[in-house]
Design a protein around this ligand. Structure first.
Ligand SMILES: Nc1nc2c(ncn2[C@@H]2O[C@H](COP(=O)(O)OP(=O)(O)OP(=O)(O)O)[C@@H](O)[C@H]2O)c(=O)[nH]1
Ligand SMILES: [Mg+2]
Length: 203
């Protein structure tokens, strides 16, 4: 299911090199994706070292019949274009985080956003696993390597990783990590897992 490792990945990394303050840095574009209301905007907001760009719009009653708010508490806005944030993870590597809108009616934006990305972090709500199938399919179609970050919402039971892997039909080497999108350290750990995986595949 996961795309075949591309021999061009190392070169793609090198092509992102740029110089800042006399130090060579590598800029890496990462997609943060997931179904509606899984926590993408929260994730980028918790971790970005710059004021994140977000494109939130208030949800109106007109959207009630379209956006599935079942199991989603206290959500009043939704992303209509993208989230954007930046995270420096070492002297050499800066991540540029692009969060997609969650609703599939905006999916044409995803393809453009996927262009030039090295990989994707797919946020998953274990209580709404079926909503992640289409997301995973799309990321695979774009040929992006990915890791799964299980966003644990308060009060929900923890799911065994093996059951989750089976339900999502993941390959054995696809990383799965649990996170709390509101927590900076936890979000950073999820991204680090993805970046390690991408670097392993590129080497
Ligand atoms: N308890 C808990 N709530 C969370 C967590 N992550 C996000 N939320 C809440 O869940 C709701 C949805 O979060 P968003 O970050 O807007 O989700 P999104 O995926 O960006 O949503 P769309 O862009 O509309 O698809 C918000 O009310 C968040 O405060 C989490 O880890 N735990
Ligand atoms: Mg959002």
């Amino acid at each position: 299911m996961v795309s075949t490792p591309s021999s061009a990945d190392g070169q793609r990394l090198a092509e992102r090199d740029y110089v800042q303050g006399g130090e060579a840095q590598t800029a890496v574009k990462i997609l943060v994706v997931g179904h509606f209301a899984v926590g993408k905007t929260t994730f980028i907001g918790s971790i970005s070292e710059i004021e994140p760009l977000s494109t939130e719009e208030t949800m109106t009653r007109a959207a009630e019949s379209v956006d599935d708010l079942k199991g989603v508490k206290g959500k009043t806005t939704t992303t209509v274009a993208m989230d954007f944030g930046r995270l420096t993870i070492s002297d050499r590597v800066v991540l540029y985080l692009f969060g997609t809108p969650g609703q599939l009616r905006f999916v044409q934006l995803w393809e453009d956003m996927a262009r030039g990305a090295l990989g994707a972090l797919i946020l998953v709500d274990p209580e709404r696993l079926a909503d992640s199938f289409a997301v995973i399919d799309l990321i695979e179609q774009y040929g992006l390597d990915y890791a799964i970050a299980v966003n644990h919402f308060d009060g929900n039971p923890q799911r065994a990783e093996a059951a989750l892997r089976e339900a999502l039909d993941l390959l054995d080497d696809t990383p799965v990590v649990t996170c709390d999108a509101r927590d900076e350290k936890s979000s950073a750990a999820a991204l680090t897992t993805l970046v390690r995986f991408l670097l392993d595949r590129a080497s």
